[in-house]
Design a protein around this ligand. Structure first.
Ligand code: FRU
Length: 473
C-alpha cells in the first residue's frame, strides 16, 4: 500500500525530473539531432513502449534514462501524436522506485489508460534480478499512478527470472497478453495469458518456443492478426549469423501462422524472417487503429557505438510504418502522412553519372533507375563524418547498405511491383524502402553538415528530392 507521504514524494520526484530535463536541454549538441524521428529530450532511449491510441490521440512511451546518455535505471518517457508523424513531448510517465520500469504496452479502457510493464528488481541472490508484471493507470493520459495491487503477474510458470515485455490486447470481452521468456535450458519462448480485468491473469499456453536455433531469450513479443494470418513478432537474443542474415547484435523478426482462440495454439506456417535488414532496428511494437496496423522500433541496437552519446542524448525511434502481409511476408510502408512533411522540392530531374548534389539534413529521396543495370549511391557528410553506400547489382540480385570498413547489410530483392527506392534521410539516419516496402533497411549514419549525394552508377538516375519539415520537439 502506498502511503500518502510516498505519493507526494513521487509527485515531487516527477516535478524535479521535468525541471532537470528542461535545465539540460540547452546543453545538447544539435549536430545529429533528428528532425522527424522521436528522440529523448536528453539522455538515453531504447525500446518503444505503450504504442497505442487513446482518446483521439496516439501515444508512444519509451525506455528512458534521463540522467546520462547510456542505459540506466529505466523510466518511461512519453510523447503523443495526432497523426503518427507530428509528435509532442509529454512529462515522463513512469519513474523507477523499488522496481525499474522495463518494457511493456498500453491499452485504452474508456476514459482510463492502462500501462502494463515489467518491474525489474535487483536482488541479492543469483541471478541477482527478478521480473514481474505491474500495472499503472491514468485518467488524463498524462499523469500515471502505479496500481497498489502490483505485481499482477508475479513469476513465469517455470520460475525463469527472464519474464518481461508484456504486450496486451483485447479480444471479445477479454484481455490477452504475450510475454517474453525462456526455457530452463535457455531457449527463447513467448507465453500467452488472459484476464477479465488486467489484474487476475490465467496462463494459457506457450505461444512459441525456439527449438534450439532461435536464441536463448525472446524479448519484446507482439502478436496480432494481419490480412487473415497471425503474426508473432519478437526480438530474439542469441541467434547465430548465417550468411547475410542475423548480423546485428540481436535480431527482430516474425513468424507467420494460424491461431485459434479456442485452443490458444499458434501453428507456425512460415519460418522466422527478419522484418528490417538494416543495422539499427530492434524491439518493434505495433498498434492497430481504424483497421490499420502500425509499427515503430528502436532505431538503434545493443552493444554498438552510439555516436551521439557524447552530445548528451542517445537513441531514437524509426518512422512509423504501416504493415501488410503479401505472399507470406510482411511489407512495411511509410505512412501517407509523410507526404505532409515535404516543405519544398529540391530536385525533380536526372542526376547524371558521377554528378554530385548537396541535400539538407532532413531529406526524402525517390530514386528511379533501370534495375537491369547496376545502381550505386554514395551519401556522405558535406563536412565529413559518417558515410554510406547503397548499391544494387542485378547479377547478384541484392540490395546493399554499406557503412564502410566491412559494415555491410545486404539482402535479396525481387520487386513485387514498383522498382523505385524511397529513402528517408535525417540528421543521423537513413531508412530505405525498396519497391512496395518488401525490403527495408534502417541504419544510423552520422554525416556532418548535411548530406552530399553522388551518383556512382554508370547510368543517370531519375531523382525527386524533398526537404522535410521538423515534426518533433
Ligand atoms: C529490449 C530490452 C527489454 C527490456 C528493456 C530494458 O531491448 O532488453 O527486454 O524490457 O530492453 O530496457
Amino acid at each position: 500500500v502506498v502511503s500518502p507521504k510516498c505519493l507526494s514524494d513521487i509527485d515531487d520526484a516527477k516535478v524535479e525530473l521535468e525541471a532537470y530535463i528542461e535545465f539540460k536541454i540547452p546543453d545538447i549538441n544539435p549536430r545529429y539531432r533528428l528532425h522527424y524521428h522521436v528522440t529523448p529530450p536528453v539522455g538515453w532511449m531504447n525500446d518503444p513502449n505503450g504504442f497505442s491510441y487513446h482518446d483521439g490521440e496516439f501515444h508512444l512511451f519509451y525506455q528512458y534514462y534521463p540522467y546520462d546518455s547510456v542505459w540506466g535505471p529505466m523510466h518511461w518517457g512519453h510523447v503523443s501524436s495526432p497523426d503518427l508523424v507530428h509528435w509532442n513531448q509529454l512529462p515522463t510517465a513512469l519513474l523507477p522506485e523499488n522496481e525499474q520500469c522495463f518494457s511493456g504496452s498500453a491499452v485504452s479502457m474508456d476514459d482510463t489508460m492502462a500501462l502494463m510493464y515489467t518491474a525489474h528488481e535487483v536482488t541479492d541472490k543469483e541471478p541477482y534480478y527478478n521480473e514481474s508484471q505491474y500495472l499503472a493507470f491514468s485518467d488524463d493520459g498524462i499523469d500515471f499512478y502505479k496500481y497498489e495491487g502490483n505485481p499482477v503477474l508475479p513469476a513465469a510458470p517455470n520460475g525463469s527470472p527472464d519474464f518481461r515485455d508484456p504486450k496486451v490486447w483485447k479480444y471479445g470481452n477479454e484481455w490477452y497478453v504475450v510475454l517474453g521468456s525462456k526455457t530452463v535450458d535457455q531457449r527463447g519462448r513467448v507465453l500467452l495469458y488472459k484476464s477479465k480485468d488486467l489484474k487476475d491473469w490465467e496462463f494459457l499456453s506457450v505461444l512459441g518456443e525456439s527449438q534450439g536455433d532461435m536464441g536463448y531469450m525472446w524479448e519484446c513479443p507482439d502478436f496480432f492478426e494481419l490480412d487473415g494470418k497471425f503474426v508473432l513478432l519478437m526480438s530474439p537474443q542469441g541467434m547465430i549469423a548465417e550468411g547475410d542474415r542475423y548480423k546485428n547484435t540481436f535480431q527482430n523478426g516474425y513468424i507467420i501462422g494460424s491461431f485459434d482462440y479456442e485452443t490458444n495454439e499458434f501453428h507456425p506456417e512460415v519460418d522466422f524472417q527478419e522484418i528490417d535488414f538494416g543495422h539499427d532496428f530492434y524491439a518493434a511494437q505495433t498498434t492497430e487503429h481504424n483497421g490499420k496496423r502500425y509499427v515503430i522500433a528502436w532505431f538503434s541496437m545493443w552493444e554498438v557505438p552510439h555516436v551521439e552519446d557524447v552530445d548528451g542524448w542517445s537513441g531514437a525511434m524509426t518512422i512509423v510504418r504501416e504493415l501488410k502481409l503479401v505472399d507470406d511476408r510482411i511489407i512495411m510502408k511509410p505512412l501517407d502522412e509523410m507526404i505532409d512533411l515535404r516543405h519544398h522540392t529540391i530536385m525533380h530531374g536526372r542526376l547524371r553519372s558521377h554528378e554530385v548534389m548537396s541535400l539538407p539534413q532532413a531529406t526524402e529521396l525517390i530514386i528511379d533507375g533501370n534495375i537491369k543495370q547496376k545502381i550505386e549511391l554514395y551519401l556522405q557528410g558535406v563536412d565529413g563524418g559518417g558515410k554510406v553506400w547503397v548499391r544494387w547489382n542485378p547479377a547478384v540480385g541484392k540490395v546493399v547498405v554499406d557503412r564502410g570498413a566491412g559494415d555491410v547489410r545486404q539482402v535479396e530483392w525481387s520487386p513485387i511491383g514498383s522498382t523505385t527506392w524511397r529513402i528517408f534521410l535525417d540528421a543521423s539516419s537513413l531508412e530505405l524502402f525498396c519497391g512496395e516496402g518488401e525490403v527495408v533497411f534502417s541504419s544510423r549514419v552520422y554525416p556532418l553538415g548535411g548530406w552530399k549525394l553522388t551518383n556512382l552508377s554508370s547510368q543517370s538516375l531519375k531523382i525527386e528530392a524533398y526537404h522535410l519539415k521538423r515534426t518533433v520537439p
